[in-house]
Design a protein around this ligand. Structure first.
Ligand SMILES: [Fe+2]
Length: 262
């Protein structure tokens, strides 16, 4: 069995607050909670939007915070991230593509696939043909094992305006690749700062709360001009993956208000 910690969207910055929240306090609390209760996990995945503003000092300080984790953390690209700075300051598995932070973590019984859906200077995500070809080749090479895909941008609308306009572009091409193989068993997605779950084309998916601020529920309807983070506590996920069973536990690690300055 694999036990994986899933964290997303810390929006870290070395000083100041982001949308009223101190990302350093919240990340520290999350890592302390994992160290105390889940130090037996195999590894953690941080599914993108590591940064608020993609500053080099932010990446340098983030590396110091992540180094306090007893569980090794694998970092992914979100729309707020910079590939070059991520590679300089955070470790990337040797399986990663040369031009993209897209990689596998391969176990005896499963393949974890972490995609790079970053589209430069855009809120929405994209997967170019190069990344899609890598995904197709990876799924073919590991066809004898179930594959679990982590990706920052959801490849479907989650009925969470305005994120529905900033998901993965050309998701049809992504699903064409997935559908050509039969080993993808689950999708895990960041970006929306809110927990959802469901199925798409028969494949289960889940999105994760953020380590930083939480998106409000979809009603009353909001847009970025009227955006106010929900007064909800942050969470991370504890994933238990076995051959024929996936269990995701949404785990609150502190009360709402910790690190909140309004
Ligand atoms: Fe994002």
């Amino acid at each position: 069995m694999r036990k994986i910690i899933w964290m997303s969207d810390p929006h870290f910055q070395h000083s100041g607050t982001y949308k009223g929240h101190d990302p350093r306090v919240l990340l520290e609390r999350a890592i302390e909670h994992v160290n105390t209760h889940h130090a037996d996990a195999d590894f953690a995945i941080l599914s993108g939007d590591l940064m608020g503003d993609e500053l080099e000092q932010d990446y340098a300080d983030l590396a110091l915070y992540l180094s306090k984790s007893k569980v090794p953390i694998h970092s992914m690209m979100g729309n707020h991230d910079d590939r070059a700075l991520l590679r300089i300051h955070l470790s990337v598995p040797t399986s990663a593509m040369g031009d993209f932070v897209q990689y596998t973590i391969e176990g005896a019984d499963e393949t974890i696939i972490c995609l790079d859906t970053n589209k430069e200077n855009a809120l929405s995500g994209a997967m170019c043909q190069t990344r899609l070809n890598w995904l197709s080749d990876t799924l073919a090479r590991t066809a004898d094992k179930p594959a679990y895909i982590f990706m920052h941008h959801p490849p479907l609308a989650l009925h969470l305006p305005p994120f529905d306009d900033s998901n993965l572009e050309d998701s049809d091409a992504f699903f064409d690749v997935i559908s050509a193989h039969n080993n993808v068993k689950h999708l895990f997605m960041g970006h929306v700062h809110r927990a959802t779950t469901g199925t798409i084309k028969g494949i289960p998916f889940a999105s994760m709360n953020a380590l930083s601020f939480q998106s409000p529920p979809p009603r009353p309807k909001w847009d970025w001009d009227s955006f106010n983070p929900a007064r909800e506590a942050p969470q991370y996920g504890v994933l238990h993956i076995q051959a024929d069973c996936v269990v995701l536990q949404y785990t609150q690690f502190c009360e709402f208000g910790v690190g909140y300055t309004g």
